[in-house]
Design a protein around this ligand. Structure first.
Ligand SMILES: Nc1ncnc2c1ncn2[C@@H]1O[C@H](COP(=O)(O)OP(=O)(O)OP(=O)(O)O)[C@@H](O)[C@H]1O
Length: 274
């Protein structure tokens, strides 16, 4: 069953043996006019972004632009002060089990238990994503192979290098083949081989109708992975760039500068911004 943009059916997690469910969706991942402040200081102001099934959208922005805050709202870790967040058509703060079984994310620290080995961590992730014990064991072996983690299969999470922890975290977030995926700077600690593994995996998931939102500071990497690049600045999406465009870096800075100038002209520059 394919997953269609617009109102349509959401496929079940067959590998997990879950019952197929139907629900109405508008976009796989959606933030609509979302605002959020911390101690009165705005982090997001009217942040709007949609990711359709089969689409990979990258968000780029300067430090403090609001990328992680937007992702935290999408994964239900923060609530919006205003506006709407939707994941697979539902409120991420109250995600029903059927939707959570189709959702994967790594935002902030990868979920890797220090006391468990890599194999145990991945089996645990499989169980959390609805697999039977046998299914989780099989999925863990496949994930270790895919992420080239076999040499560390019996190493405890606390003894892993930062890059291998990131591999385990991402492997655990995708081993159930999600239909919506949120990854915050997924390649920040990865070696070149790990970067390729994540890139190929993201593209493969998208081919199978998964909607992927990924943040990064590396324009070169983003250009290779994304269908669309959303530029985040001062808590909003201020425009988009095509991954095939030339001079991405120069265009990114030009957009941010133009936004600053326009906000300064209208007196709406964010309070307290450096
Ligand atoms: N828990 C919090 N308490 C107070 N302020 C916060 C909190 N989380 C984020 N902020 C503020 O919100 C703004 C946006 O932060 P956010 O982490 O979303 O930016 P970012 O684009 O992900 O930055 P970076 O590229 O540095 O990771 C910043 O000014 C940050 O200081």
């Amino acid at each position: 069953m394919r997953w269609h943009a617009g109102r349509g059916r959401v496929p079940g997690v067959e590998a997990a043996g879950a019952v197929r469910t139907e629900c109405l969706v508008t976009a796989a991942l959606e933030l609509d006019g979302v605002s959020r402040a911390f101690a009165g200081r705005p982090a997001l102001e009217g942040f709007t972004l949609r990711v359709e099934p089969g689409e990979v959208v990258a968000i780029i922005g300067l430090n403090g632009a609001g990328k992680t805050t937007a992702m935290r709202i999408l994964v239900g870790r923060l609530t919006a002060d205003r506006g709407t967040a939707r994941v697979l058509g539902t409120d991420p703060a109250h995600l029903p089990r059927a939707a959570s079984l189709r959702f994967g994310h790594v935002v902030d620290t990868p979920l890797v238990y220090g006391e468990l080995t890599v194999r145990e961590n991945l089996r645990c992730a499989g169980r959390l994503h609805g697999f039977s014990a046998i299914g989780a064991a099989r999925a863990a072996e496949q994930a270790m192979s895919r992420f080239e983690l076999e040499p560390w299969a019996d190493v405890r999470g606390r003894a892993l290098s930062q890059g291998n922890r990131q591999r385990v975290g991402i492997a655990g977030a995708v081993l159930h083949r999600p239909m919506a995926l949120v990854l915050d700077e997924p390649t920040s600690a990865l070696d070149p081989r790990g970067v390729v593994i994540v890139r190929e995996l993201v593209r493969e998931l998208a081919v199978n109708s998964c909607a992927v939102l990924v943040s990064s500071h590396h324009l070169d990497e983003v250009a290779r992975i994304a269908d669309r690049i959303a530029v985040v600045h001062a808590g909003r999406v201020i425009g988009s760039l095509g991954p095939g465009e030339t001079n991405l870096e120069r265009r990114f800075f030009a957009m941010a500068l133009a936004d600053d100038e326009s906000r300064a002209a209208t007196g709406s520059v964010r309070d307290g911004r450096p």
